[in-house]
Design a binder for this molecule. Structure first.
Ligand code: NAD
Length: 328
């Protein structure tokens, strides 16, 4: 017996006023009652679960307000496109005002509501002003993507103090400022929501030539794990995005946007040697689809490349080996 999706939605919706509070297992409870009318229990459970997920997924984006830092290009702009297509309203924040204008012109072609706010995530005050703009335009916030980031390459023995300061200011403090600014608002709103912090595969495995970048991204993974546990009881989701290589202009942007005060005197920007970076390069749009799915499913880790599996397994095995009795 086939049931239309809308029937499943109706079954799952009742008696919850807010579908975000409808537990998935409610579908099973509904089944017990409907089965007394001779309806196949397993089929009905499947239909109801699918309907619940579709309903919850739709309501994660439609009409919701998403704030995306580093939204003028690359992964951030792809996230904006994916969210707008699902009916979200979007605030794009970026330091690069020209790139922001170009992104807005492009995104407005999709339809929906999108605003741009020139923001420097390294500044707490600038991030606070971003929140004020979001409040003025939309009056609410539901999805916060702390995504702005820069990359600095080179062996740690050659790192300048300015490299550390520049990288940590954007990649670590940018995320902290986003959380400090938007989390109290999400909690006060009491309507759930989701925070996505962009880290990197370099935040899960230390990599040669990416020592400073890895340190900043490990920090993002660590704080995100803690945040996930703390916010779960409040109904606010947290994900950490950990991609390998994505086809963006991050290297050029990181050189171009580096403040003069944080340029090491006499130092030339370093490009990694061929072979230092392994794995396939994927499009930002593919990353964005994985983020959408991660938010919909409430995943904590959002991974993007199949080759990550073997690398992460090797790391886990190295840790696990330390418990072998002869080593312990
Ligand atoms: N491209 C990759 O291979 C890759 C891999 C793993 C993780 N990441 C991470 O993804 C995120 C997005 O990077 P991307 O690859 O799309 O690069 P990108 O350069 O296209 O996007 C980053 C954006 O951040 C903006 N930005 C830089 N400093 C800023 C600041 N102080 N305040 C506000 N905005 C600022 C830039 O103008 C740019 O638009 C970063 O956090 C990056 O570390 C990228």
């Amino acid at each position: 017996m086939e049931f239309p999706l809308s029937f499943g939605v109706a079954v799952v919706r009742w008696p919850f006023r807010d579908p975000h509070h409808a537990p998935l297992h409610f579908a099973d409870c509904s089944c017990t009652w409907l089965c007394s009318f001779g309806v196949d229990r397993h089929l009905l459970a499947r239909v109801c679960r699918r309907a619940t997920r579709a309903l919850m997924a739709a309501e994660k984006f439609a009409g919701r307000v998403a704030v995306i830092t580093g939204g003028a290009g690359g992964i951030g702009c792809a996230l904006a496109r994916a969210f707008l297509r699902r009916g979200a309203r979007v605030a794009l924040a970026d330091l690069d005002s020209e790139a922001l204008d170009r992104a807005l012109a492009d995104l407005r072609g999709i339809g929906g509501e999108v605003v741009g706010v020139v923001t420097d995530v390294t500044s707490r005050e600038s991030t606070r002003q971003l929140a004020e703009e979001v409040r003025r335009h939309f009056g609410a916030v539901h999805v916060v993507c702390n995504n702005a980031g820069v990359a600095v390459f080179g062996p740690l023995r050659e790192a300048r103090h300015e490299d550390w300061e520049f990288t940590m200011a954007v990649n670590f403090w940018g995320v902290v400022h986003g959380i400090e600014t938007f989390l109290p608002w999400l909690i006060e709103q009491g309507a759930g929501g989701h925070i996505v912090n962009t880290a990197s595969m370099a935040g899960l495995v230390g990599m040669e030539w990416l020592g400073i970048y890895s340190a900043s991204k490990f920090a993002v993974v660590g704080l995100s794990e803690a945040l996930y546990r703390e916010l779960k009881p409040l109904g606010i989701g947290v994900s950490v995005l950990c991609p390998m290589m994505v086809d963006t202009r991050i290297n050029e942007n990181s050189v171009r946007l580096r403040p003069a005060a944080l340029r090491a005197p006499g130092a030339e920007p370093v490009v990694p040697p061929a072979g230092a970076m392994q794995g396939s390069v994927i499009a930002p749009a593919e990353v964005a689809e994985r983020v959408v799915r991660g938010i919909e499913r409430g995943d904590f880790y959002i991974l993007t490349h199949p080759e990550q599996r073997a690398i992460l397994r090797r790391r886990a095995e190295r840790l696990d080996r330390m418990f072998d009795p002869d080593l312990w």
